[in-house]
Design a protein around this ligand. Structure first.
Ligand code: FES
Ligand code: FES
Length: 178
């Protein structure tokens, strides 16, 4: 009789799970553990806004281009939450704009944004601030070019970007942009 080695020719049990089966995940958002049952296609942006009541991440394009929905994953990287599936975040950490309300870097950026007129309609501002805050944390030497590069991931229809760049340079103590 022919025998088949275990596991050969068979899909692992996890892959055999129907795609419409809800997934159970535990995600830490802004330092708090959230056990969640989510569909495989639920976006992090929707989880944050509709389940957790966190509205700092905003819907702009839904395609990863505008930066309005940016959050920080695992304290390491900014990600567009419209492109991240919550089902893939089990055991991970997410920090949103709300999670930085006591953070001195965010406070400095907010003050500088206000002084420089870098927030106008404000729709893009939380996402922009989240990215710039991480930039200040990670980047040893923040130059105008570094700031401009960081802002490439953020579409702002109001400010023309000069004011946000001035605001960041004010925080790092450099000369303001002309
Ligand atoms: S809504 Fe996510 S990048 Fe635009
Ligand atoms: S301040 Fe209005 S889109 Fe940026």
């Amino acid at each position: 009789m022919r025998t088949t080695p275990l596991g050969v020719g068979r899909a692992p049990a996890a892959q055999a799970m129907p795609v419409d089966e809800p997934r159970h995940v535990v995600v830490t958002v802004n330092g708090r553990l959230y056990p969640l049952e989510v569909s495989v296609d639920e976006r992090l942006l929707d989880t944050l806004r509709t389940r957790l009541g966190l509205y700092g991440a905003r819907y702009g394009c839904g395609t990863g281009h505008c930066g309005a929905c940016v959050v920080v994953r695992n304290d390491e990287e900014t990600v567009p939450s419209c492109l991240v599936l919550t089902a893939r975040l089990d055991g991970q950490r997410v920090t949103t704009y709300e999670g930085y309300q006591q953070d001195r870097r965010l406070k400095s950026l907010m003050d500088a944004f206000a002084e420089e007129g870098a927030a106008q309609c404000g729709y893009c501002t939380p996402g922009m601030l989240v990215s710039l805050r991480l930039l200040l944390e990670k980047e040893a030497r923040v130059t105008e070019d570094v700031v401009r590069t960081a802002l490439l991931s953020h579409i702002c229809r109001c400010t023309g970007y000069y004011a946000p760049v001035r605001a960041v340079m004010k925080v790092v103590g450099a000369d303001a942009v002309d």
